[in-house]
Design a protein around this ligand. Structure first.
Ligand code: ADP
Length: 416
């Protein structure tokens, strides 16, 4: 493993293939960047990855993967200079670096302005509320007194979030009193995830979690996959059911329209995931999300990149999210997002006891020739997302069992 260097060396510049194909630069070398490589190869599009290390998940499969720090302006600039368009594996590139790239004339998708709302949950809440999109009741708090006042008004416990830098439930805390947030409150005002204050939200008594995944191109074309149900375990998405079983068709239309509207208003380019809670209607006056007192929704958060909730589409839709993201950031016509089976279930493989995954393939493939296994080339650590399994079929319960079995067997939590 080499140390990050601040300037990608000239030899790490992508070799351009004949045929006039573009180079898509991806900042960040995690599994999302890695999974763009399959469709990129098929389409003849070249990827180049600004990777955290030469053993990053994507660096293992993309020949042009210069190692560099995404918070180092000169490293990102040098990287972008050899790409036709720049997109992201994660949302952590600082705003001033994104601005510098745009000032240099680099095609950045999604743009700095759009990404702001995926990077900062307080900014996201303000903007969505301004658009009239249903959100949990929320506030910004910088003092214990403000925390107490909010909890007293919406009811304890409440959900506190660091506006920046959170993922997989890190940076989310359910609290019953202000003093449980003493550590975060002490850091308000210092540079970092709580610099501008904490985001406080009512604890939503949701029926289930939904995600709406869409793609939007710079020309404004958009395509939506069916709304899915996401199942979280300890703040990590462990299972996705596509489409969301039993979802009220009216609610499916309403949430899809909301996601398309968010994408248009925020000028998002590439894949956008809108994570939502399905809630029971609050009565006649309702919230923005209610439809005549029936099922309703509130938006949890936005992700502006391919997303865990869309992994099912790699095997269960005419166009998977990674191909669609490439099409979108290149402003190519979008592909058909329709599903190819009545149900597709995605089960995440979280790191377990087995360091070696490959020996499990013999059993999994013999037991279930229809299961589609994806692994990310990452070292096994407990709870770390290291792969996923997709199973499509006409029986939801059976697809869940098959996907779950393969994922559990890979993790080593079952042995037969
Ligand atoms: P992250 O950015 O780490 O993914 P999220 O904001 O998506 O954090 O929250 C992670 C999980 O915490 C959600 O999937 C949901 O299960 C739970 N959660 C978040 N906000 C709320 C809320 N206001 N009410 C109830 N549960 C919540």
């Amino acid at each position: 493993m080499s140390e990050p260097t601040s300037h990608p060396s000239p030899s790490s510049r992508p070799q351009r293939a004949p045929g006039g194909f573009p180079v898509v630069g991806v900042v960040g070398g995690g599994q999302l960047a890695r999974m763009m490589q399959g469709p990129a190869v098929e389409l003849g599009i070249q990827l180049s990855i600004l990777a955290e290390s030469d053993s990053a998940a994507a660096a293992l499969v993309v020949p042009s993967s210069p190692v560099g720090d995404h918070t180092d302006l000169e490293a990102v600039r040098a990287f972008a200079a050899s790409c036709d368009v720049v997109t992201f594996d994660h949302e952590h590139v600082p705003q001033d670096i994104l601005q510098a790239l745009e000032d240099d004339g680099v095609a950045v998708h999604p743009s700095r302005a759009a990404l702001h709302f995926a990077q900062d949950k307080l900014a996201m809440r303000e903007r969505l509320e301004g658009l009239g999109i249903a959100c949990p009741r929320w506030t910004r708090a910088t003092t214990a007194a403000e925390v107490t006042a909010f909890g007293d008004s919406v009811g304890w416990p409440i959900v506190a979030k660091t506006p920046r830098g959170g993922y997989d439930g890190k940076g989310v805390s359910i609290v019953s009193a202000a003093d449980e947030l003493a550590d975060w409150l002490a850091r308000v005002g210092e540079p970092g995830p709580v610099e501008g204050g904490l985001l406080l939200e009512e604890k939503v008594d949701f029926v289930r979690e939904l995600a709406v995944l869409i793609a939007r191109s710079p020309s404004g074309q958009a395509a939506a996959w069916p709304v899915v149900e996401t199942v979280q375990t300890d703040g990590i998405c462990t299972e996705v059911l596509a489409p969301a079983p039993g979802l009220d068709p009216d609610l499916a239309s309403v949430v899809t329209e909301a996601a398309l509207r968010i994408a248009g208003e925020l000028a998002v380019t590439g894949v956008l995931a809108v994570e939502m809670f399905e809630v029971r209607a609050r009565g006649a006056e309702g919230t923005e999300g209610t439809r005549g007192g029936r099922a309703a929704y509130v938006v949890n958060e936005l992700a502006m990149r391919p997303h865990n909730s869309g992994h099912w589409s790699m095997d269960g839709a005419v166009t998977g999210q990674f191909e669609q993201h490439l099409r979108a950031v290149l402003d190519l016509p979008l592909g058909d997002p329709r599903p190819t089976a009545p149900w597709t279930v995605m089960a995440n493989v979280l790191g377990g006891d087995y360091e070696h995954l490959y020996p499990a393939y013999r059993h999994i493939m013999a037991r279930d020739p229809g299961a589609k296994v994806h692994v990310y080339g990452k070292g096994v650590r407990p709870g770390r997302k290291i792969g996923h399994v997709n199973v499509s079929g006409s029986d939801l319960a059976e697809a869940r069992e098959r996907a779950g079995h393969a994922a559990d067997y890979l993790r080593g939590v079952i042995t037969e």
